[in-house]
Write a protein that binds this ligand. Structure first.
Ligand SMILES: NC(=O)c1ccc[n+]([C@@H]2O[C@H](COP(=O)([O-])OP(=O)(O)OC[C@H]3O[C@@H](n4cnc5c(N)ncnc54)[C@H](O)[C@@H]3O)[C@@H](O)[C@H]2O)c1
Length: 388
């Protein structure tokens, strides 16, 4: 089996889907690895590193796609809505594609991908079961985003994070408030605490309380209860506008008292709820910072502009998108480890094994033999289920 690693083509993307470190475990399992020249350079992995571990370097993108039985990317067409389409003519029926596909995004995009005949797997759909934990790329990238969000906030804040007792008096610690304590939010808590800030967090899933507290964060309880807060996969369920309205009212006081607010409240496939209004921003002290990790999909803050840093009411609102790409070395390493675990699971005895009873493969498989075949994706896009 030949594994192809093209250079990422999304503008500004610095990650690469495979790093040299994982090549030995793939070659041991019978894989041959081909990498597009320069694919890892931006992430800190020059071609020589791949060559040393036994990969072949091919000069062009087209050659990598042509040679590969399985192509892996970070942002495939779908999540790469800018340049991803150019890859469609390079894909074919006897190939697999693995990466971020944004399966709950545009149906048309998925159908275009399906029309190439490629067998495509979306890493976003990895089931949250113990067996698949090592393959969970979404959590890996969320970890990086949570970490980086805190650094961006600390860099911009006109105050220091830690409490200091100095000859020039005592400096009080920064107050960091995190809305949405998923993987990114939890990592933000840890990072803010390591920098010495006082961290608190809120999430509508009651299960989050214990996780926040175990990291030394204070859990903010609001007297508003979500209906069926969590689905069977552990994701939050969308609530009605009345619920969000109540949340905003109650969050106002905490936001006002915070120096930094990091928002990471998202629902898969849905527009994120607006939880920080313009009025709430105005109530914050001058110089405060909001980092909106939901910016790409519309944002949790009313004033967020995706991909931009704006200053409104003397508060900085950072809506940087694709944050994981700004820590490309470790983001690529984590992603490569996740994908290697997946590939070693997918291919056994030199063949792709699409066992219909395997939860991992069935939940991540999106397109096959010209059609969109994933039950969750079909249901999400209100398409009829396929016959069993
Ligand atoms: N393998 C596994 O078992 C596994 C893997 C990853 C995550 N998890 C767990 O799943 C949970 C969700 O993590 P995630 O990173 O996927 O979340 P996510 O990225 O889907 O969402 C981020 C967080 O926002 C919260 N949220 C959504 N709407 C909100 C609102 N209106 N108000 C407040 N909070 C809101 C969600 O509850 C969630 O915690 C976490 O407890 C995480 O530890 C488990």
């Amino acid at each position: 089996m030949i594994l192809g690693v093209p250079k990422e083509s999304f503008p500004g993307e610095r990650r690469v889907a495979l790093v040299p470190l994982v090549i030995p475990s793939l070659t041991k399992a019978g894989w041959e690895v081909v990498v597009e020249a320069g694919a890892g350079v931006e992430a800190g992995y020059p071609d020589e590193g791949y060559l040393e571990k036994g990969a072949r370097i091919l000069p062009s993108r087209a050659e990598v796609f042509k040679a590969a039985d399985v192509v892996i990317q970070v942002l495939c067409y779908g999540s790469n809505d800018q340049t991803g389409q150019a890859d469609l003519p390079l894909l074919g029926r006897d190939q697999c594609l693995v990466g971020f596909l944004r399966p709950l995004g545009s149906l048309e995009t998925l159908q275009q991908l399906a029309a190439t005949g490629v067998t495509a797997f979306a890493v976003e759909l990895m089931p949250r079961i113990t067996r698949a934990q090592s393959m969970d790329a979404l959590s890996s990238m969320a970890t990086i985003c949570g970490y980086k969000a805190v650094l961006l906030a600390a860099d911009r804040l006109p105050r220091m994070f830690p409490m200091l007792t100095t000859a020039a008096g005592t400096i009080t610690p920064a107050r960091v408030f995190i809305i949405g304590a998923g993987v990114a939010g939890l990592q933000a808590i840890s990072t803010a605490r390591r920098l010495g800030a006082v961290a608190s967090a809120y999430d509508m899933r009651p299960a989050a309380k214990e996780q926040v507290q175990s990291l030394g964060g204070r859990f903010v309880e609001l007297p508003v209860e979500a209906k069926d807060a969590e689905d069977s996969r552990g994701y939050a369920r969308a609530q009605n506008e009345m619920f969000y309205q109540r949340q905003r009212e109650l969050l106002g006081r905490v936001v006002k008292e915070s120096d930094v607010v990091i928002t990471a409240a998202v629902i898969p496939g849905k527009k994120p709820p607006v939880l920080v209004t313009s009025e709430m921003v105005e109530s914050m002290a001058p110089g405060s910072v909001i980092v909106d990790l939901a910016a790409e999909r519309g944002g949790n803050c009313e004033l967020t502009r995706a991909g931009e840093l704006v200053v409104e009411h003397r508060v900085t609102i950072i809506g940087t998108i694709n944050l994981a790409s700004s820590v490309p070395y470790h983001a690529s390493q984590m992603y490569a480890r996740n994908l290697t675990a997946f590939l070693l699971h997918l291919v056994k005895e030199g063949r792709i094994q699409l066992n219909p009873d395997d939860e991992i493969l069935q939940e991540t498989l999106v397109t096959r033999e010209g059609g969109v075949v994933n039950p969750r994706v079909l249901e999400f896009h209100a398409l009829p289920a396929l016959p069993k």
